[in-house]
Design a protein around this ligand. Structure first.
Ligand code: S3P
Length: 181
């Protein structure tokens, strides 16, 4: 089984991914970290050198290559990943997708002082627009977990419970259904 965690910047994809990895005893991959290791450049450097379009191309090809592997693992996507190209279709076709849903104000408080997230420089209102533009893509995940007020451990436990509900994953994969929460 492959599990892809999606959601906006600051929703805790990497932290929850590590917790889930312990719970399910599966390896954890952070897509951004994988890109940094493969290119030898930070995400901010890649945005500067290649502009966002160039970064998105690397992001899509790395994601697809990883999800096509045979092994089971948990992967955290970048906040923008599901909204570009065919990424959300690829994610849903090749993995169990989980949207970590978090209120925008909570997210902004977490990300607004982070120099490693180049898009934060756009400012709060533009980032809010981006959040609402991306929501329909996140909502296409097979599962959604409401994250406000919960610890990463609690969220990981909820994800694990949703993933283990009998029969759901098979039906979703075959019919390509949208959000079934
Ligand atoms: C981005 C989110 C980042 C990273 C890049 C672009 C986005 O990942 O991929 O800075 O477009 O929202 P996180 O969601 O892990 O911060």
């Amino acid at each position: 089984m492959k599990v892809t965690l999606i959601g906006f910047m600051g929703c805790g994809k990497s932290t929850v991914g590590k917790e889930l990895s312990k719970l399910l005893n599966l390896p954890f991959i952070d897509l951004d970290q994988e890109i940094v290791e493969r290119t030898g450049k930070s995400i901010s450097e890649l945005f500067k050198i290649l502009r966002e379009e160039g970064f998105r191309e690397i992001e899509s090809s790395t994601l697809k290559e990883l999800l096509l592997k045979e092994e089971s693992f948990i992967i955290s996507a970048g906040g923008g990943t599901p909204a570009y190209g065919k990424n959300i279709k690829v994610i849903n076709a090749l993995s169990e997708s989980v949207f970590l849903k978090t209120d925008f104000e909570t997210l902004w408080e977490r990300i607004c002082r982070d120099p490693n997230r180049p898009l934060v420089k756009l400012g709060k209102e533009k980032v809010r627009e981006l959040y609402f533009k991306r929501l329909p893509y996140y909502q296409r995940a097979k599962f959604t977990v409401e994250c406000d007020g919960k610890s990463p451990e609690e969220i990981a436990r909820e994800v694990a419970i949703k993933l283990s509900l009998p029969g759901r994953s098979g039906r979703a994969t075959q019919k390509g259904q949208g959000d079934r929460t």
